[in-house]
Design a protein around this ligand. Sequence first.
Ligand SMILES: [Zn+2]
Length: 425
Amino acid sequence: MTFLNVVEIESALSGLAATYPSISQLVTLPNFTAEGRQSHALLIGTGKGCPEAGVLIISGAHAREWGGPDICINFATDLLEAYTGGTGLVYGGTSYTAAEIKSIVERVDVIVFPDINPDGRHYSQNTFAMWRKNRNTASSGGQASKIGVDPNRNYDFLWDFNTTFDPAAQAGLTLASTNPSNDLFHGTAPFSEAETKNVRWLFEQYPHIGWFMDIHSYGGDILHAWGDDTNQTSDPDKNFTNPAWDGKRGLPSDAYGEYIGACDLATAASAGNAVSAAIAGVRGETYAVAQAFFLPSWGSTYPTSGASDDWATSRYFANPVKKKVRAYCVEFNRVKTFFPSWADMEPIILDVDAGLVRFCLKAVPALSLPTWLCHLGRWWNEAIWHRVFPPELWGPYGPWERIRRVVESILIPIIRPFMRNFRER
Ligand SMILES: [Zn+2]
């Protein structure tokens, strides 16, 4: 065995869909890559339950990060086999019961899009291993050295970094670039690339996606929002939609920090920790959990513009009608190489797949509602609730949300001692 090539990834997906037709289906992505490839994803789920929970797992954005698509294909295979066989899953010291696997497959739509950038992977595996970007020639002017856009700087989140970030945030060379020769070239516009358009299409097609994981390498990190600046939980006006803070983002110790609600931040960290614990359980690999701005394995701040996890998180913040998405980026492999030997890659696949199963369990709704109640709930939300209390006002930066936070900050210290008593009993 060795790393799957682009054709093998596609045939693995169609093979799984053909083998498990009642619990999976092939999803054809509408945008063809620059070299004319059409991509597919695999949707895993019985479609029986309340269609309220969706997980999207993507990989392969960066061509040289071999192993990401292999992790995804193995994960999908494990989930489908275990469900069909009525068994659990065991990854070294981390294991899941048959009931847990059943709850994922029956109550969550898990969408796996293993290789978002097949042109880049093909080029990396055949011609130039260290290739990172896609193979779009639109900005190259016919020069080979200017081919390619970095898909993970092309999403619509503070994409116009020259306007939205402090120029000093470029110091670490992580932010993005307008130079087509650069590895971080961000394209000609947000979502100018087929690769990112396909990811956006999945979010639009499956609006119930509430959890998102983008798999990269390397370092051994699990990263959550935000990646543009330090997090802060006190001032909703400091946020990516506010042009008053243009030119001031991306630095650690200054006035600007990206707003995230305290509860959202706690949830982001605790789910990240759960994934990290599942990975550590396999054979002891410790993956650090942090906000993306402080990428631990990088060792200093790592501001980014136009990255997938920030964009996925930002959709709800920019428009609270959209579902809130808990978005992550995992950097697999603690050994710092893009090209581990296959013998080294195999245990890494088990590590990350154990983490992905835990990630999907986080998405299983706490309540098991009958389908009709689900639809009633959705109707109630859209027809009544959203009109009485428009989500624009309830959203993370809205006045209702601010009142709620003030009330919470007064009430929580009062009720906390009673809650502790209650728990001790
Ligand atoms: Zn990457």
